[in-house]
Design a protein around this ligand. Structure first.
Ligand code: PLP
Length: 438
């Protein structure tokens, strides 16, 4: 269908410049493998796995079939006090990807935002259950993105996402790790900045360890522009949390399911948190689903007293929706059968070299890479943050049929894990061509 024939007025698009979009729409109506397709039939190379989601590529037959068959078999199952087999299987299968056997329980949600809010609630309730009745605060990090629930925006550290909204009490933040003076053009983990983890000690001292339930962080901050943690930083964070009996939550909504060449970033950095939130790649983006993986000792703390009483007053109508559970089981099978997680690990050094070959091009002031993620930061144009980024993004889509993501003036790339070297070269050459034009 041609754009002119469609009425685009009535949809209020999320995180979008609605008026500009409607004046020059960017529509895609089909997808297969590494490509989307525009309504006129032209292919669009997917440099972002949709929105960090479609790790198995688009339209994988096994996942499509699983969803179709489940839709025909059982459309919906009530999730409170009732179950369906795929929900239990999906939990069991997901936990096999966890960093250790200590994680034996999964709570399903429909999104990353809900996974984050769920994890924050679990951490607060857990501390109450084990008698730490004053441990109610949550500590997050500046520049973090934890979705758009009130818990997530309050724990997060992106000012635009907080503006206009009443935030929750009992949250504080440590500093972020981005530092161009010391770390520009680092490949993988920057060597400078481990000491920034000690900012957590500062915040703990400020409030008292007996007041803090949990610290939440993205192992690699994604939505703010790919901030890779300095070497040793996350291990130091783990030590500090252990010293003060503070739960450590890794928000792996972006880093989960092979993005770094390991099932989760926890394995990549060899740091075991107490809870992991995930979504997106869980179903390879096909059906909305998120999850919180928790350690046994946390789940056990809720299993006290009357066995007929509800143990956690929290949940969603669509927790472990049958279509989502079917999609998750199929996606996780695909990651293992098609060897996609190892593939990401094998491709990472080619990816890194290719991305760093853009150093010196146009307004680029930093390039950050890890696994199959890259952040290419450009200088803001005339001090107007995001203007150059937006132009590069729209140019890539309209003129070059390349889908990239922009956060501020940083190009954020995260292709499906099925990407080949030739596609990586293609992405780099397009960026080399268009970035100097803006
Ligand atoms: N947490 C992180 C680290 C994310 O990157 C995102 C989304 O990008 C979310 C949470 C929110 O996920 P959703 O958009 O599925 O609610």
């Amino acid at each position: 269908m041609k754009n002119e024939q469609m009425n685009l007025e009535h949809l209020w698009m999320p995180f979008s410049a609605n008026r500009d979009f409607k004046s020059k729409p960017r529509l895609m109506n089909a997808a297969n493998g590494l490509y989307y397709q525009k309504p006129d039939g032209s292919p669009v190379l997917d440099g972002t796995a949709g929105l960090w989601c479609c790790n198995a590529g688009h339209g994988h037959e096994k996942i499509v079939t699983a969803i179709q068959e489940q839709a025909a078999k059982m459309d919906f199952g009530p999730s409170f006090q009732l179950g369906h087999p795929l929900a239990f299987k999906a939990a069991e299968r997901l936990l096999k990807l966890a960093p250790s056997d200590a994680f034996q329980y999964a709570f399903f949600t429909n999104s990353g935002s809900e996974a984050v809010d769920t994890a924050l609630k679990i951490s607060m309730a857990y501390q109450q259950h084990i008698g730490h009745t004053e441990k109610t605060m949550i500590i997050g990090r500046e520049r973090a993105y934890h979705g758009v629930g009130f818990g997530g925006i309050t724990a997060g550290g992106l000012p635009s996402n907080k503006k206009y909204f009443t935030l929750l009490p009992g949250f504080d933040h440590i500093c972020h790790t981005h530092d161009l003076e010391h770390n520009a053009f680092s490949k993988g983990e920057p060597s400078w900045g481990k000491h920034l983890a000690d900012d957590l000690e500062r915040v703990i001292e400020k409030h008292g360890a007996d007041k803090i339930a949990a610290f939440i962080t993205e192992p690699v901050a994604g939505s703010t522009g790919i901030l890779v943690p300095p070497k040793g930083y996350l291990k130091r964070i783990r030590e500090i949390c252990d010293t003060h009996n503070i739960l450590l939550i890794f928000d792996e909504v972006i880093t989960g399911f092979g993005r770094l060449g390991t099932p989760f970033a926890a394995q990549y950095f060899d740091v075991e948190p107490d809870m992991i939130t995930c979504a997106k790649g869980l179903t390879s983006g096909t059906v909305p689903m998120g999850a919180v993986m928790v350690k046994t000792e946390i789940y056990d703390a809720f299993q006290q007293g009357d066995a007929k009483a509800i143990d956690l007053f929290h949940g969603y109508t669509y927790s472990a929706h049958p279509l989502a559970a079917a999609a998750a089981l199929a996606a996780i099978d695909v990651y293992s059968e098609d060897g996609l997680i190892d593939r990401a690990a094998d491709m990472a050094s080619y990816w890194e070299d290719a991305m760093h070959s853009l150093r010196g091009v146009g307004s680029i002031i930093d390039i950050r890479t890890i696994g199959l993620m890259a952040g290419i930061e450009m200088e803001a144009r005339d001090g107007k943050v995001g203007a150059r980024g937006y132009d590069v993004f729209t140019d890539a889509f309209h003129e070059q049929d390349l889908l990239i993501r922009i956060t501020g003036d940083t190009v954020a790339l995260s292709p499906p894990l099925i990407i080949e070297k030739e596609h990586i070269d293609q992405i780099v050459e397009i960026l080399r061509k268009i970035i100097p034009n803006h």
